[in-house]
Design a protein around this ligand. Structure first.
Ligand SMILES: Nc1ncnc2c1ncn2[C@@H]1O[C@H](COP(=O)(O)OP(=O)(O)OP(=O)(O)O)[C@@H](O)[C@H]1O
Ligand SMILES: [Mg+2]
Length: 373
C-alpha cells in the first residue's frame, strides 16, 4: 500500500484554533447540541467522540458553517464565524460518503475544489499534483474516480480538502466505509499527515479506539452535551462519569458508600471493607452518599487463593474466555459481587478453570470514584 508521502511535502498550512463557547443547536424544541464549550488547539487533532445521535455531526456542521448555532459563539482564530457561510470560511470538510464525482477523473475531482476559489488557472495543475502526491496518489491523476478502491477514494477526498490549503480540517467519520484493517492503517496515515502539515483537525468518530489512537484532545459527547474532555490518557485513566467509564474501554462498576471525604482522600465502604481512594476531580462528596467505583479489568490481578499482599478479595472463577493475548475471567466474589478480570494469557501454562478459588487484587490507586448518575 502506498503511504501518504509526507517527507517531500513543502506544504505547511496556517493553522488556527477553533473555539466554541456555550454552543447550542435546536431542532424543534430538542437541543441536538447543548451548551458545548471546547477549544480545538492550533495544529492539534481534536476528536468528538460519542454514540450515535449525541450531536457530533451537528457540532461539526456548525464549525463548517452548514448550520448556524441558536446560542453561543464560534471563533476560528480571532474571527467570529457564527454567520459566515461555508465557502467563506477557512475550513474544509471530508464527509463520510466522500462525495466524489464518479464520472470525473481523480485530477478533476481534486481540481474542482480549487476552481470554485480564485486560484489562478496556471497554478491549478501544480496545486493538484502537490495534493495528490501528498496522499500517495501521484500516479492516479488520470484514473476515473469510479474505478478506485474505498481507501483510494478516501485519499482523493483528503486531497480535495487539502488542495485549498484550509486552516481547519473537519473529518466526519472518514474511515467508516473501510474494512477494519484498512481503517487502522489509514488512521495512522491521517495522524502522520495531520502532524506533518500541522493542520488543526477536528475528527468525528463513535469508535473509542480510533479516538484514543489519533487524538491530542478528546471531547466525549452524550445527548448533546460534553461529558468530559482531555487528553486520551486522562479520559481513559480518570473517567469523570459512569457514562465515560462505560463508553471508553471496559469497566466493572461496584456500588460503594462514602464514609468520609476531604480534598485529598475519600474513604468508601465497598465489597465488605473500607477502601481509601483518591477523590474524583471537581466533585464534593458527603458522608453517607452512594457512589460507584470504576475498576478496569486490566487493573485487577488474579492470585492464588490465600495470597495476602495489598488489597484483595476472595472468590471463585465463574467463566473464562481465552482471547489470545489475554484471558478474561468472570469472578464471583465471596461477598456476592461479580467482577471481570483481564490477565495476560500464560504461554504454555494452564489457564485457571471455572470453580477455581482465587483472590482478586486491586490496584488501589487505579480505582476511580464516580457519581452514581
Ligand atoms: N436536520 C435535522 N433535523 C432534525 N433533527 C436532526 C437533524 N440533524 C440531526 N438531528 C438530530 O439531532 C441529534 C444529533 O444528531 P447528529 O447527526 O449530530 O448525531 P451524531 O452524533 O453525528 O450521530 P451518528 O454517530 O449517528 O452520526 C439526533 O437526535 C438527530 O436525530
Ligand atoms: Mg454523525
Amino acid at each position: 500500500m502506498t503511504p501518504f508521502i509526507m517527507a517531500t511535502s513543502t506544504l505547511r498550512l496556517d493553522s488556527q484554533p477553533v473555539a466554541l463557547q456555550g454552543v447550542t443547536k435546536l431542532f424543534g424544541n430538542t437541543a441536538a447540541v447543548d451548551d458545548v464549550t471546547f477549544e480545538a488547539a492550533a495544529g492539534m487533532l481534536t476528536t468528538l467522540l460519542g454514540p450515535s445521535g449525541c450531536g457530533k455531526t451537528t457540532t461539526l456542521r456548525m464549525i463548517g458553517g452548514f448550520y448556524e448555532p441558536d446560542a453561543g459563539t464560534i471563533h476560528i482564530g480571532t474571527k467570529f464565524v457564527n454567520t459566515v457561510p461555508p465557502h467563506a470560511r477557512s475550513t474544509r470538510t471530508v464527509f463520510q460518503s466522500y462525495a466524489l464525482f464518479p464520472h470525473m477523473t481523480v485530477f478533476e475531482n481534486v481540481a474542482f475544489g480549487l476552481r470554485a476559489t480564485r486560484v489562478p488557472r496556471g497554478d491549478i495543475t501544480g496545486r493538484v499534483r502537490e495534493a495528490l502526491d501528498l496522499v500517495g496518489l501521484g500516479g492516479f491523476a488520470g484514473r476515473s474516480s469510479g474505478q478506485l478502491s474505498g481507501g483510494q477514494q478516501q485519499r482523493v477526498a483528503f486531497a480535495r480538502a487539502l488542495v485549498t490549503r484550509p486552516e481547519v480540517l473537519l473529518l466526519d467519520e472518514p474511515l467508516s466505509n473501510l474494512d477494519a484493517k484498512l481503517r487502522v492503517h489509514m488512521r495512522s496515515e491521517i495522524r502522520t499527515l495531520q502532524q506533518d502539515l500541522g493542520i488543526t483537525t477536528i475528527y468525528v468518530t463513535h469508535d473509542q479506539e480510533e479516538a484514543m489512537s489519533l487524538s491530542d484532545h478528546v471531547v466525549v459527547m452524550h445527548d448533546g452535551h460534553i461529558e468530559q474532555q482531555g487528553p486520551p490518557h486522562d479520559i481513559y485513566e480518570r473517567p469523570a462519569t459512569r457514562f465515560v467509564a462505560d463508553f471508553i474501554g471496559t469497566s466493572n462498576f461496584v456500588e460503594a458508600t462514602v464514609e468520609s471525604a476531604d480534598a485529598y482522600v475519600v474513604r468508601v465502604a465497598a465489597l465488605g471493607t473500607t477502601l481509601v481512594l483518591a477523590p474524583p476531580a471537581g466533585a464534593t462528596l458527603r458522608s453517607g452518599e452512594g457512589v460507584l467505583l470504576v475498576l478496569r479489568p486490566e487493573h485487577l490481578h488474579l492470585e492464588d487463593a490465600g495470597a495476602r499482599d495489598g488489597v484483595g478479595f476472595a472468590g471463585k472463577i465463574a467463566s473464562v474466555s481465552y482471547l489470545g493475548a489475554v484471558a478474561s475471567y468472570d469472578v464471583l466474589l465471596d461477598g456476592g459481587a461479580a467482577i471481570t478480570v483481564a490477565s495476560p494469557a500464560p504461554v504454555g501454562a494452564a489457564l485457571r478453570r471455572v470453580h477455581d478459588p482465587v483472590r482478586v487484587r486491586l490496584e488501589v490507586d487505579r480505582v476511580f470514584v464516580v457519581p452514581t448518575t
